[in-house]
Design a protein around this ligand. Sequence first.
Ligand code: NAD
Ligand code: MG
Length: 386
Amino acid sequence: MTRKIAILGATGSIGRSTLDLIEAAPDRFEVVALTAASNVDQLAEDAKRTGAKLAVIADEALLPQLRQGLTGTNIHAAAGSVALAEAAAGEADLVMAAIVGCAGLEPVMAAVHAGKTVALANKEALVTAGALMLDAAARSGATLLPVDSEHNAIFQCLAGQSGDGVARLILTASGGPFRSSTAEEMARVTPAQAVAHPNWAMGAKISVDSATMMNKGLELIEAHYLFGVPAERIDIVVHPQSIVHSLVEFADGSMLAQLGPSDMRVPIAHVLTWPERMATQVDRLDLLAAGRLDFEAPDEVRFPAMRLAREALGAGGAAPVVLNAANEVAVAAFLDGAIHFPDIAALVERALRAMHEPAPRSIDEVIVLDAKARAVAARMVAEQGA
Ligand code: NAD
Ligand code: MG
């Protein structure tokens, strides 16, 4: 039996890795829907090549161009947020949620409400709406499968166990490109240096998040929601080789780790056929070539983003939404050359201190709060640049 797949964010790094696996196993999968923000040509080409039934472009102004790209096919072209939600809630069995940022929240929630199996790469959606998403999944019967390599590792190590038997979760972090840089060196880094990750090839936003280590902060919040473990029992350990993707410590003192190559196709393959395993053509991890595994304590002074995320999770309510929104704005400003690298975390901290909003009670309230926090952060960027 083939599994019907929709990919939200098909043109991105995770989206392309997902297509690569799916197209190598055509007897196992059927692509039903693909979406993208603005890359019409790539979207049309992918839809034609995979025989998708629906292609959705987020930017409505690009719909005529998408229609043109799909002329002579039976592929339905659509645009805008309603169409994105329809792609997520349509006939797919499994929805790969690979949009970057809080922009992916509404389509992810559409998939959750429709009771889908949701392969979640879009960590910002869970960070901003964790409790609401879990409630909705419990009501609809949706299954959330973690794609993020650390959370996928923990999911594999837990193998269904939860409760008192689980003592700690240990998230590994590569430390990013500036692991051994001084604060003075980090003050001068360029966007090109920040997106050049030592171990992983990823989209620009998550690459910068890895460089500030906000990525690990977001992953701490993500782990808390996915596995129901309080933040005090989630550790972050720097492991520069990115071979151990994360670990679980159990009550009896056993520790289980998941190891593998630094290739997102491994965790993606795991969720695509879960609970079965599919074969992949990924280069195998060579333990003898790797030789050693190093572990270091994270430095929250040079990388304050981890502390900010832990504080935001502790504060709860609006704080994780503000943390995420301010970070998205700050990262975009850094990539545009408007602010310096250390300003990213500083700006997030200022936004967290400036905003005292009530806890959002619905996804609509999350979206309103996200917009408000973006406006506050954008104003801070403008003042900084002035
Ligand atoms: P990317 O920038 O390469 O791709 C993002 C995708 O989302 C693209 O298809 C883009 O068209 C679409 N998109 C962007 N903005 C949109 C919007 N406003 N509306 C609709 N679609 C939009 O990003 P990525 O690296 O593939 O990351 C995707 C998600 O997966 C992120 O949340 C990231 O944190 C997470 N993730 C990525 C990796 C990785 O290796 N790349 C690893 C772990 C987790
Ligand atoms: Mg990760």
